[in-house]
Design a binder for this molecule. Structure first.
Ligand code: PMP
Length: 407
């Protein structure tokens, strides 16, 4: 709802048609992890487009696709000991989630899928069925079936033992809960309020899935591609999901692209069984390859850079949270924010930030969480400047709240 027409962008800055300048802490909802129009991605893209090479190729073989697959194997999969098959499911996040769900159902021959409270997995019917948000679910216009919700980490504020219910019903043949094909999880719930699962909780979930022969799908559409500090958000937990969904920043340049990764043994697709016209966008392969080489070849260095920025961000968020009683910092890495007890606070701060030249969004079922997603490549100075603007916006919003209370 930002009242502006955005015209140009560079790095972490966006410019409107009428010459206003905004620091971008929204980053295309995670599609612009390396900022806008990064020169090291733009140059190979322009060279490719001018060279007369193939733009659209569906599932035909092209050198650009080969280079991407080789680079993804060499830079991402092999160094992490992962042996996934790579599928191009169509260019959006919801496309990769649909492919993952279909594959899990086909492999296991089961229909049911478990997902978590406050999950967000996309807007097509399969993905929507495993999404929590009631407003979005109503938009389906039909019954959303074949899935049940289970509590995410800390849903009961530590009052009940994690997985208590799930362990019991899976072990009880009289529970009436069908054995699911899969469990789908986000390690950090980007849209659902920046709830971050603990590594130990993810490990326990992975163990439980293995024990009952349930496939574990990690939806890394938003938390992946370095957002939480490592390329895959589940690396910290040391788990290896059966299926992984990637999209948003995989092309690195904001070009639509998605991947579904899965264990080799799970490849039961028949030829053309899950197809789609836009699965071979070669310009996206070109920028994706350039992004992997540019940022992830020297993995330690880039992870270190993200960690430093994440510390800076979390320090700023702690200052914001300290202004309001009951406010808490949420999230992990550069996918973080502040949850406020009054659901109107975050929206007010986001609006006041916009007035001062900073783009931030809100998240959570009541939009009660102020959500910050600066580019992973943001400079220390830009991050500091954005956090200063945010503090001014917070002061203005808190002041407004106090005035409202007095009047
Ligand atoms: N999964 C997750 C975790 C997401 O955050 C999103 C988008 N916010 C999606 C899936 C859907 O992606 P898209 O909007 O590209 O369909």
């Amino acid at each position: 709802g930002w009242p502006a027409v955005f015209d140009r962008a560079s790095g972490s800055t966006m410019y409107t048609e009428d010459g206003r300048e905004y620091l971008d802490f929204f980053s295309g909802a995670g599609a612009l992890n390396y900022g806008h129009n990064h020169q090291d991605l733009l140059e190979p893209l322009l060279d490719y487009l001018r060279s007369g090479s193939i733009t659209h190729s569906m599932d035909m073989h092209t050198p650009a696709k080969r280079k991407f697959l080789e680079t993804f194997r060499d830079v991402i999969l092999e160094p992490r000991g992962l042996d996934y098959k790579v599928m191009f499911p169509g260019p959006t996040g919801t496309n990769t989630v649909e492919a993952a769900l279909k594959l899990a159902r086909k492999v296991t021959g089961r229909q049911h899928v478990l997902s978590f409270t406050n999950a967000f997995h996309g807007m097509t019917l399969g993905a929507l069925a495993v999404t929590g948000n009631s407003m979005k679910r109503q938009g389906a216009g039909v019954a959303l079936t074949n899935s049940s919700k289970i509590p995410y980490d800390d849903y009961f504020d530590g009052e009940t033992t994690d997985f208590h219910w799930l362990e019991r019903v899976l072990a009880d043949s009289g529970s009436g809960v069908d054995l699911p094909a899969a469990v789908i999880v986000e390690t950090v719930q980007g849209e659902g309020g920046l709830n971050a699962a603990r590594a130990s909780w993810l490990r326990a979930l992975s163990d439980l899935c293995k024990k009952h022969d349930i496939l574990l799908i990690v939806d890394d559409v938003q938390a992946g591609c370095g957002r939480t500090g490592t390329f895959f958000s589940f690396e910290e937990a040391g788990i290896v999901p059966d299926i992984v969904c990637l999209s948003k920043s995989i092309s690195g340049y904001g070009l639509p692209m998605a991947l579904t990764l899965f264990r080799r043994e799970l490849d039961v697709w028949g030829p053309g069984e899950h197809n789609g016209t836009f699965r071979g966008s070669n310009p996206a392969f070109v920028t994706a390859t350039a992004a992997l080489k540019r940022f992830w070849s020297d993995r330690e260095n880039f992870e270190q850079q993200i960690a430093v920025r994440a510390n800076q961000l979390h320090e700023g968020l702690a200052r914001v949270a300290a202004t309001t009683e009951g406010a808490v910092v949420r999230g992990r890495g550069l996918l973080a924010g502040v949850a406020f007890p009054d659901p109107s606070t975050a929206e007010k701060i986001a609006a006041a930030s916009f007035e001062r030249g900073l783009l931030v969004e809100t998240s959570g079922p009541e939009s009660e969480v102020l959500k910050l997603m600066p580019a992973l490549t943001i400079s220390t100075e830009d991050l500091a400047r954005g956090l200063d603007i945010l503090m001014e916006a917070v002061d203005a919003s808190v002041g407004e709240r106090e005035l409202t209370a007095v009047s």
